[in-house]
Design a protein around this ligand. Structure first.
Ligand code: PLP
Length: 491
């Protein structure tokens, strides 16, 4: 199993190199050259624990790792670090199934991959006999940064450097980052939005002079964002797991399709579902949900990706993104692995902020349904669903739920649906409280307490006493100063 670049010009490479590098030399993203089909029956798969499903899926993509190694890493990543005994429970409420991916340390789905990535990355470094330290960069719309800081906290041989938009994350997310522990963690707010942060990180990773200078200091650079293939592969596992749960509960007959409904930003979560289908998970349609930043839903409807629009700050900040990196991997697949075409689209995106796909790529988009929810619609969905079903959704999950109801009304397609619940409602306690009609709390931290009192839903350990934790990171920099910030951090 080798990894190839979506822009078709970089050399094939092994999994360990692809994980260490994060991005290919031709600026493309690494994708597996094939997708092995799972050999086990759904009855067999349904009998496995989460960590065993993860091991099985990863072993298909990571031949450079032994089964013993993968068992050790998945055991550690999906052991007591997760508060739920089943790691990612599938919960039925109303007419949908919620795959709860937020029971990890930082209470959002990023923990599913980022509690494992440090093991894969440090093992890759060992296997490649890499004698340099690794500097892990992350641009974050909130949750990636926190999960990366937690996942790599005090991991020897690594420094983690996170950039977040100063005005573009929730107060809980900001406090989580500013109180990050560990002697190797570094956090800076930037005076800009998520796209500025992501562009800055990609620029640093693509800058050969910068890489040479960092190397002279003893560091190699990589990304913890979902541009790193090491982020996507662990996510494929939870779709296999979810389908096995659907079969186990009798919600579907083995082999019958499900619809996947995913709140999307950088498109890594949904793409992992698409990869799971290639391995044998039966899927009918993909529902891609956005907030008011609806560039993706427009794209799936028209085949035109148009980034010439303002970026709004919303109550679902982890989806406040205009340039969605992982779409590049989908386009590579839909175009029949046409690296030159992908390269041309990405060039157009960079130069004209727009591209348009046609032919079979456009046809391939028909399996996707794009929709979005405004802030008001998100809050209305949270409020009514809680009143009717007693189930509490966070703002991102609620956007997906609203888009699913639109889809149902539009198409009548009642194929059993799995919604990925991507964050704990407590992460966005202010909005969720308001949605439930609770009085305006003094701050987000009081909103957490008030929400817990009202609903009785337990507060995740990672969000308890957040206000009292010592703030360790207070720096704010301009986007142009990101590279200097990184260089100064590398001692
Ligand atoms: C990151 C995130 C998303 C978006 O996921 P992508 O993989 O970037 O599409 C949605 N919801 C929450 C809570 C997130 O943290």
């Amino acid at each position: 199993m080798k990894y190839i670049s979506t822009r078709g010009r970089a050399e094939k490479t092994g999994a360990t190199r692809a994980i260490i590098k994060g991005i290919a030399e031709d600026r493309g993203l690494y994708v597996p050259e094939g997708f092995p089909r799972l050999k086990e029956s759904w009855t067999e798969l349904a009998s496995l624990e989460y960590k065993e499903v993860a091991q099985l899926v990863l072993s298909c993509f990571l031949p450079d790792f032994t089964q013993e190694e993968l068992a050790e890493y998945t055991g550690k990543a999906y052991g007591e670090t997760f508060e739920h005994p089943r790691v990612a429970p599938l919960v039925r409420a109303g007419n949908v199934h919620f795959l709860e991916l937020y029971h990890g340390k930082t209470a959002a789905f990023k923990d599913m991959a980022l509690s494992l990535l440090p093991y894969l990355l440090t093992a890759s470094i060992r296997k490649e006999k890499e004698d340099k330290k690794i500097a892990i960069l992350a641009a974050t719309s909130g949750d990636t940064g926190i999960a990366a800081l937690k996942g790599f906290e005090d991991v020897p041989g690594t420094e983690v450097i996170v950039f977040f938009p100063e005005e573009g994350v929730s107060p809980v997310q900001k406090q989580q980052m500013r109180t990050a522990e560990g002697s190797n963690t570094h956090v800076a707010g930037i005076e800009g939005n998520f796209d500025d942060a992501q562009r800055g990180v990609k620029q640093i990773l693509n800058d050969e002079n910068f890489a040479a200078e960092a190397l002279a200091k003893g560091y190699k650079l990589t990304a913890a964002n979902s541009i790193n293939i090491g982020r996507l592969l662990p996510q494929v596992a939870y779709y296999v797991w979810a389908y096995a749960r659907m079969v186990e509960s009798g919600a579907v007959k083995a082999g019958d399709p499900v619809n996947l409904v995913v709140p999307s930003g950088n498109f890594g979560n949904l793409l992992s579902g698409y990869y799971a289908e290639k391995m044998g998970v039966p899927v009918r349609r993909y529902l891609c949900a956005s907030n008011r930043n609806n560039v993706l839903s427009d794209f799936f409807r028209t085949g035109v990706y148009d980034a010439r629009r303002p970026l709004y700050t919303t109550n679902a900040p982890s989806m406040d993104i205009i340039v969605s990196s992982n779409l590049e991997r989908l386009l590579y697949d839909l175009s029949g692995e046409d690296g030159a075409a992908v390269d041309a689209w990405m060039q157009a995106l960079q130069n004209e902020q727009r591209y348009q796909v046609g032919g079979k790529t456009k046809e391939g988009l028909n399996r996707f349904y794009g929709g979005f929810a405004t802030e008001e619609e998100i809050e209305a969905a949270i409020g009514s669903f809680y009143r009717e079903q007693g189930y509490l959704m966070d703002t991102h999950t609620a956007a997906a739920y609203k888009v699913y109801q639109d889809y149902l009304a539009e198409t009548g397609d009642d194929t059993p649906a799995v919604i990925t619940a991507t964050a704990s409602p407590y992460k966005f306690a202010g909005s969720v409280s308001r949605a439930l009609g609770l009085p305006v709390a003094e701050d987000e931290f009081s909103a957490i307490l008030q929400l817990a009192e009202k609903t009785g839903v337990p507060v995740p350990a990672g969000l308890q006493n957040l206000k009292e934790r010592p703030v360790r990171h207070t720096r704010t920099v301009a986007p142009e100063a990101m590279s200097d910030t990184v260089m100064h951090t590398l001692k």
